[in-house]
Design a protein around this ligand. Structure first.
Ligand code: PMP
Length: 388
């Protein structure tokens, strides 16, 4: 028996296939709005200056490559706390954290924890396409509910709240802390408050995916909803990624945080997270976390990083504003945040834009805002106009 004969062929990942198609497209005017990495006006994804400086420091000062532990670098994990959660929460013994390989690693640990707690997870649609598979891979039941309508570019808040009534105490609700991927749309402050009250009243477990802090409205503002929620609920799980806001993508830098009702429960969760981490990657890779630690330990480097992040953020805002002004149906995109928006297109229209205009985007119509330029926005607008 060939054991591999039991394996089924898997469809290629659509977005990754797009990279190859784009690379092989000879048209000089082609536009890449596909994969979700930040790009500057020259189309580059540069290493941030603070990261380069931190790496140089590590190169000269690091004395050992010996193992850390399954918890990763505890100094890195502690330094991120005030950045993400503010000083008050950061000091709470109810909040524990562990370093993970990217936000994806943190989400995987959350999924395995939810399996142990017997929680189901409510996930808005659309969402990052990896969310559902990560929870399902751990055997957690995923219940989808409406979140966003791309035709009208509106958050379906009432529909979402109606669907959440089916949640039982202890069930998890997945929320994007800021910069929704793929919709770019956020809840308004009153909507966050209503959701917060509902979560509290029903005893639900918020799972916050915070993968883009600083890329929306700035570091503080992007954390506001998360902090407000954590200030009131007894329990929460957070998947944090430094891969976008530090530009560290391939270094795979993230952390899982858990807020529990008591310090003792927080320690019990920590113990469980470490056991799960041991069976997944044993210990997270160090380099990216070490870079973030060096930056956040040094006031000058922190400022250099914050300035570059703010530049990145304002470039995204500028491009959004131009895109939104290019057609009335795209106007709502001015108020959206972060790296992505969803164009109101069918998959056939997406294919047609690629074939006839060399404009590349995910089949859903999701575009990477950072792939736009002052020059290519009018080109995009003209190509889109028959469909809008
Ligand atoms: N959550 C969301 C919403 C994302 O968009 C991404 C990355 N595309 C992640 C999590 C995973 O981030 P990382 O690359 O750090 O694993």
């Amino acid at each position: 028996r060939d054991p591999f004969a039991a394996l089924k062929d898997q469809p290629a990942d659509g977005l990754l296939a797009l990279i190859g198609l784009y690379r092989n497209d000879p048209r000089p005017e082609k536009i890449d709005l596909g994969v979700g990495v930040y790009r500057n006006a020259d189309g580059q994804t540069p290493v941030m200056a603070a990261v380069k400086a931190a790496e140089q420091r590590l190169l000269t000062e690091q004395t050992s490559k010996s193992y850390l532990g399954p918890e990763g670098d505890p100094v890195y994990v502690e330094l991120l706390k005030p950045l993400a959660f503010g000083e008050t929460l950061a000091a709470s013994k109810r909040l524990i954290g562990v370093q993970t390989p990217g936000g994806t690693g943190a989400l995987k640990l959350i999924a395995e924890l939810l399996k142990l707690t017997g929680s189901r997870v409510f996930v808005g649609t659309p969402t990052w396409p990896n969310h559902g598979p990560i929870f399902k891979s751990a055997g957690v039941e995923v219940i989808e509910h409406p979140f966003f309508d791309k035709a009208t570019q509106t958050v379906l808040f009432d529909e979402m709240m109606a669907a959440l009534k089916a949640a039982r105490a202890g069930d998890a609700v997945l929320l994007h802390g800021c910069c929704h991927n793929p919709a770019g749309a956020e809840f308004t402050a009153p909507q966050w408050q209503a959701l917060n009250a509902f979560i509290l009243e029903r005893g639900l477990l918020p799972v916050i995916d915070l993968a883009y802090q600083g890329l929306g409205n700035g570091l503080e503002d992007d954390a506001r909803a998360t902090r407000a929620l954590l200030a009131t609920v007894p329990n929460a799980l957070i998947a944090y990624s430094c891969d976008k806001n530090f530009g560290l993508y391939r270094e795979r830098v993230g952390a899982i945080y858990a807020l529990a009702a008591t310090e003792a429960m927080a320690q019990r969760i920590l113990g469980n997270i470490l056991v799960i981490a041991r069976t997944h990657w044993s210990m997270p890779p160090d380099h990216g976390g070490a870079i973030v630690r060096v930056i956040l330990q040094d006031a000058d480097l922190t400022q250099v990083w914050k300035d570059e992040l703010a530049e990145t953020q304002s470039r995204l805002v500028e491009l959004r504003t131009l895109l939104a002004a290019s057609h009335p149906r795209l106007a709502p995109m001015a108020a959206q945040t972060g790296m992505f928006s969803l164009l109101p297109l069918t998959p056939d229209q997406v294919t047609s834009l690629r074939e006839h205009h060399g404009i590349y985007m995910a089949g859903s119509g999701r575009i990477n805002i950072a792939g736009l330029t002052v020059e290519n926005i009018p080109v995009l607008a003209t190509a889109l106009s028959p469909y809008l």
